[in-house]
Ligand binder design. Structure first.
Ligand SMILES: [Zn+2]
Ligand SMILES: [Zn+2]
Length: 668
């Protein structure tokens, strides 16, 4: 390789923000400086591309074949710690570094030159911060978090406490300490829908509006926020998982709220777990990371026990609030109403609640009216033509449709059976939240009932309205999916009814019991205000199940013990490592062919076991057929190295997509 000096013009190595197999080399025009981290626009074929300069290049390419970079962008350069983080994430997830860079750059709107626009009037008014006194337990916990922020070193702390124990106030102290030291703070949330309530609280606490980062921002706001973060002007950022990749000028602390939440796992594109990557970023930035949860994940608990993570515990609910009492409703012993799902026991509880003028919440993790439609005449079940999934009946908004929750395919509700063509033979099977609303409306005709089910962007405004109405006491019975379980606090809510406590326990998912416990414990935590005992009714057909028993007794630790022993016994994570390699193709034969070749080329390695190929549980998704290998290795094995090496042995045509999921959470 020739030394750099032998080239007439200096050349630079640029990482393009697209999935390219490698970095590209460009000439640096005379008199121009582009040190590592500089964001540049470059010619890319006939188009324009964007990228980041990684350094001088000494690649030996004929100068005539090289193009010069166009110009440095008018954006602050990316810091070394962020570049290292991008490379690390790409390496760990077996993704293209360009795709990870794209997340850090926040999309095209950040890179494109800003359109001239009228400067918005500064509406931001500073209010005086409102700080509530901490309880002794909060004070002890906060002191430890603040200590780490002041030391400005890497440390991970589990902030552990039941719902209402005051975790937010506690981590606010760490945020305040970071800002006092002139640094920035990041609070990550599992769902953007959750930001409203928390942002309101943080704004009150600190006296200014935190910066928001999620997929729903307008292009102009995206660019402004990205710049403000890079220039250190945004002191406090609240965001979804993508906020982790922003170019903080000087980050001082990361808080991962509801750290156990499954939504931290991104399942497409770059497949990564934002909680785990937050710990990595904290390590690279040399700053503390706070993981906050009432029901921490097994992985976090084990890291804490291994003394890799610190632990601070908030024992009781802040103020005089008392934990709700949990009742298991044994559905085998109830006289269930015909075509209904609210048991007499739960009905009575709701009635009492209404009489006292208090609010209740009915939880059912199923959107729509009914999860399955079948023909009473021939037994035909309506399935999505693109996916291995039933179509879900929706009646909301006056539109009667069948919808696939996986690919979004929607059709008008048919008049006749697809199969036998008979009319008026279709029957709705099972309840969704809309059907539950219908039932509750018949049982309690005078109650004000609302549904909160959407977790999608377009319904965000409606969601915020429902939250506000609930807070204002304008709703008597709220019916919701998992979205209601996530961190909302409704002071007037005293009763929670879980319609189908067993729903999450079906299917052989590794984490089914853990996730069911977490979800139900979170839902249960919604109930109970400061001066009233909250009550929770969980309807179940298996009240003897460990999850139900431990829930009823608030014995999280015992369930965790059981699960840890199980994982150890069957050598499952974190006692081993897992990855899935999923092939998908529109032509099933072509996919099978590649899978066969891969199966014939599995490298022999004593500490690695490869199972498959087998059809993925969702054997078809968005019209593509999916085959899957499961890779299981010893804990110390470099699973990425094994997979990279294996995949390099077979030439895979572009018609077959390969996606690798390291540490999979969802096996669908
Ligand atoms: Zn039929
Ligand atoms: Zn579908």
């Amino acid at each position: 390789m020739s030394p750099v000096s032998s080239h007439k013009n200096p050349r630079v190595e640029v990482l393009i923000h697209q999935a390219l197999p490698k970095t590209l080399t460009y000439l640096l025009p005379e008199g121009q400086a582009a040190p590592r981290g500089t964001l540049v626009s470059v010619p890319l074929g006939k188009k324009k591309g964007f990228g980041v300069v990684l350094g001088l290049s000494n690649e030996n390419i004929d100068e005539a074949k090289l193009k010069p970079i166009e110009a440095p962008l008018e954006l602050p350069p990316l810091k070394n710690a962020l570049l290292d983080f991008i490379m690390w994430v790409a390496e760990y997830t077996l993704s293209s570094p360009g795709n990870v860079l794209a997340m850090a750059l926040g999309g095209q709107s950040v890179l494109a030159a800003p359109k001239p626009r009228k400067k918005k009037e500064e509406t931001e008014t500073l209010i005086s911060p409102e700080k509530h006194p901490l309880s002794p337990a909060q004070e002890v916990a906060a002191n430890q978090l603040v200590e780490d922020v002041k030391k400005h070193h890497f440390a991970v702390t589990l902030l552990d406490g039941v719902t209402g124990s005051g975790k937010t106030e506690t981590y606010c102290e760490a945020i305040e300490a970071a800002m006092a030291a002139g640094r920035q703070a990041l609070v990550m949330l599992p769902e953007i829908a959750l930001t409203t309530q928390l942002v309101g609280r943080l704004a009150k606490r600190f006296g200014f509006q935190p910066a928001l980062w999620h997929s729903g921002l307008t292009p102009a706001t995206r660019r402004d926020t990205w710049k403000a973060v890079a220039e250190g002007k945004a002191k406090l950022v609240v965001g979804a998982r993508s906020a982790l990749f922003l170019p903080y000028a000087d980050l001082g602390v990361i808080v991962v709220d509801e750290e156990h939440d499954g939504s931290y796992k991104q399942e497409d594109g770059v497949i990564y777990h934002a909680r785990d990557m937050a710990v990595v970023r904290g390590k690279m930035e040399k700053i503390p990371v706070v993981l906050s949860s009432a029901t921490p994940s097994l992985e976090t608990v084990l890291n804490m026990r291994a003394k890799k993570y610190q632990h601070v515990h908030l024992p009781e609910r802040h103020g005089q609030a008392v934990l709700p009492r949990i009742h298991l409703v044994d559905l085998r012993k109830e006289q269930m109403p015909r075509g209904g799902w609210i048991s007499p026991t739960l009905q009575n509880a709701i009635r009492e609640c209404l009489q006292r003028g208090e609010q209740s919440l009915l939880f059912l993790n199923r959107r729509g009216y009914a999860p399955l439609t079948l023909c009473r005449s021939c037994g035909y079940r309506f399935a999505c033509p693109q996916c291995t999934a039933w179509l879900v009946e929706h009646r909301d908004g006056g539109k009667h449709r069948l919808v696939c929750h996986h690919c979004g395919t929607a059709e008008l509700y048919p008049r006749s059976c697809r199969e036998c063509k008979k009319e008026n033979t279709l029957a709705a099977c099972g309840p969704g939240v809309e059907r539950l609303k219908e039932e509750a409306g018949k049982l309690f005709p005078n109650a004000r009932i609302a549904v909160m089910a959407s977790d999608t962007q377009e319904h965000l405004a409606a969601l915020h309205q429902t939250i506000a109405a609930m807070e204002a006491g304008q709703i008597d019975i709220l019916i919701g999916t998992q979205i209601v379980a996530k961190g909302y606090h409704f002071p007037g809510l005293t009763l929670v009814g879980v319609i189908d406590g067993d729903l999450g326990l079906q299917g052989g998912d590794l984490r089914a019991a853990e996730h069911t416990f977490q979800l139900l414990a979170q839902v249960a935590g919604r109930s109970g205000r400061v001066d009233v005992h909250g009550r929770v009714y969980i309807q179940t057909v298996q009240p003897q199940h460990a999850v139900m028993q431990n829930l009823a007794q608030y014995d999280r630790d015992r369930l965790v013990e059981t699960l840890i022993r199980e994982r150890e016994k069957f050598a499952m994570p974190p006692y081993a490592r897992l990855a899935t390699v999923t092939l998908s193709a529109t032509d099933p034969a072509a996919g099978k062919e590649i899978a066969k070749k891969l199966a014939a080329n599995i490298p022999l390695q004593a500490d690695v076991e490869v199972l498959g190929p087998a059809p993925a549980p969702m054997a078809m998704l968005r019209g593509r057929f999916r085959l899957r290998f499961l890779v299981k290795t010893a804990k110390a094995t470099k699973i990425q190295e094994f997979i990279r090496n294996w995949l390099s042995l077979v030439k895979i045509p572009h018609t077959t997509r390969v996606s690798v999921d390291i540490d999979p959470q969802n096996f669908s």
